[in-house]
Design a protein around this ligand. Structure first.
Ligand code: ZN
Length: 449
């Protein structure tokens, strides 16, 4: 067929339109294709966003995902001995101490500081139970005063850096501090010698903001046994767990809303507390006995009781509790194994983090200081069996729930219970020779002693 001039013009026009359409189409396609990844901006997850966030975060790197979780949900560690390290190296003088960068201090060849403001911020720490600790050697002498010195130190430190720290005494106050971009600062006393066996001191420590008490350190109190009595061949004096007075201390702590901390206590003390306590307990810094049979760690039968109690085991990073080998510091995967074990036995609602920074001389490789929490979370996520919601529970959600249950139980108990007024039996004090620095006027038969 021979085409006319008119037909050739028509074909030319159609062809031109097609070429233009193809060029435009390809260009649009390329632009849209390039734009797609840019539209996948990372939004911090919120409690409301669960399924949609999953799709988004799966396409981001694990590092970005962890950063986003920690920006939205407070990571609250159960135990940090910064106050102790400042007492040890600076005799509680902080006027001329650079609290932002303490890597430069190596006082008397002591362990370098593992905590400072720069590294807390880098580690995205949202809240911290600051350990209020002094040595067992104060017991029976000036223990209460020494603990008050450490509370005063932390009060001064928080007041010195009001843009960084904010005191918190309830779960709600932790959330408020976190919203204000401050590190929620909670106090826990380590350990029971602080109260010198009187309810008066216990109640006043509560008023000073203390929200947990570790019942013992590496020494008995006259009313509770420490973990070392469980070591083979131990000849230490024993109370056989909690004494009757010790049981009353647990009840008074429940009534106040002060968390009972079972780190450092003997197994019998753990079992006694778990049968007496009306509120969920904590282990502020202990790991899994099944993986490392240190008496400081928690045995599986106790982990199951912690689950029933709705309590929480906050896994310590202390190398010797992780590896049971004094020649091997362990690493992130070793700590993760303890976290996974506690989770597997006690459940996802009963696991947390209690690094024990500045209370330990050495750390696992990769967890050198408070800036490293994100690396641990990244490792857990990379293993594939931790969802965002699981991580939120681990880093602080479980602890906040335990605090809320203690607060609620305390309110209820206060409606039916009066403050306890018992005194520790004199023979319990004499057993430990704690009567010498104590005037015994409150014990009627000994008023002339
Ligand atoms: Zn400790």
């Amino acid at each position: 067929m021979v085409l006319t001039k008119k037909q050739w013009i028509l074909i030319g026009s159609v062809a031109s339109v097609l070429v233009v359409a193809i060029v435009v189409g390809v260009t649009v396609g390329v632009v849209v294709g390039r734009k797609k990844p840019e539209q996948q901006t990372i939004e911090p997850p919120t409690t409301e966003q669960t399924t949609t966030e999953q799709t988004t975060t799966e396409q981001t790197t694990i590092e970005q995902r962890v950063h986003a979780i920690l920006a939205e949900h407070p990571l609250i560690d159960g135990h940090n001995d910064w106050a102790w390290a400042i007492r040890r190296d600076f005799r509680n003088n902080i006027t001329n101490v650079d609290l932002y960068d303490m890597t430069k201090y190596h006082v008397n060849n002591s362990t370098p500081f593992q905590t400072d403001i720069n590294r807390l911020r880098k580690g995205q720490v949202g809240g911290q139970f600051w350990s209020i600790y002094t040595r067992c050697t104060h017991q029976g002498k000036d223990a209460t005063v020494s603990f008050m010195e450490q509370i005063d130190l932390m009060n001064r430190l928080i007041a010195k850096e009001p843009d960084v720290f904010q005191m918190a005494t309830t779960a709600d106050e932790v959330r408020q501090a976190f919203q204000a971009k401050k590190i929620a600062s909670l106090f826990g006393i380590e350990s029971g010698q602080a109260i010198e066996s009187t309810f008066s001191a216990l109640r006043l420590f509560y008023q000073l903001g203390v929200r947990y008490m570790t019942l013992t350190h590496n020494c008995n109190t006259p009313w509770a046994d420490q973990h070392m009595v469980d070591r083979p061949g131990s000849t230490l004096v024993k109370n056989n767990g909690l004494t009757e007075f010790g049981k009353k201390i647990i009840i008074e702590m429940n009534r106040l809303g002060m968390l009972v901390d079972l780190a450092h206590v003997s197994k019998k003390t753990m079992l006694d507390v778990l049968s007496v306590s009306k509120s969920p307990i904590i282990f502020s810094h202990s790991s899994a006995y099944a993986l490392c049979n240190q008496t400081r760690n928690v045995q599986d039968d106790v982990l199951r009781l912690v689950k029933d109690n709705r309590g929480i085991v906050m896994v310590a990073f202390t190398p010797i509790f992780i590896t049971c080998d004094s020649n091997y510091l362990g690493n992130i995967s070793g700590v993760a194994a303890h976290i996974n074990h506690v989770r597997n036995v006690a459940g996802i609602d009963s696991v947390g983090l209690g690094g024990d920074y500045d209370g330990i001389d050495e750390t696992p490789v990769g967890l050198e200081d408070v800036s490293t929490y994100p690396k641990l979370i990244e490792y857990l996520i990379s293993q594939g069996n931790w969802t965002d919601n699981d991580i939120i529970k681990l880093i602080g959600g479980n602890l906040l729930r335990v605090m809320e249950e203690n607060e609620k139980n305390a309110r209820e108990l206060q409606e039916t219970m009066q403050p306890l007024e018992d005194m520790i039996p004199l023979e319990d004090l004499r057993k430990y020779n704690f009567t010498e620095c104590r005037y015994l006027d409150m014990y009627p038969s000994t008023t002339t002693t």
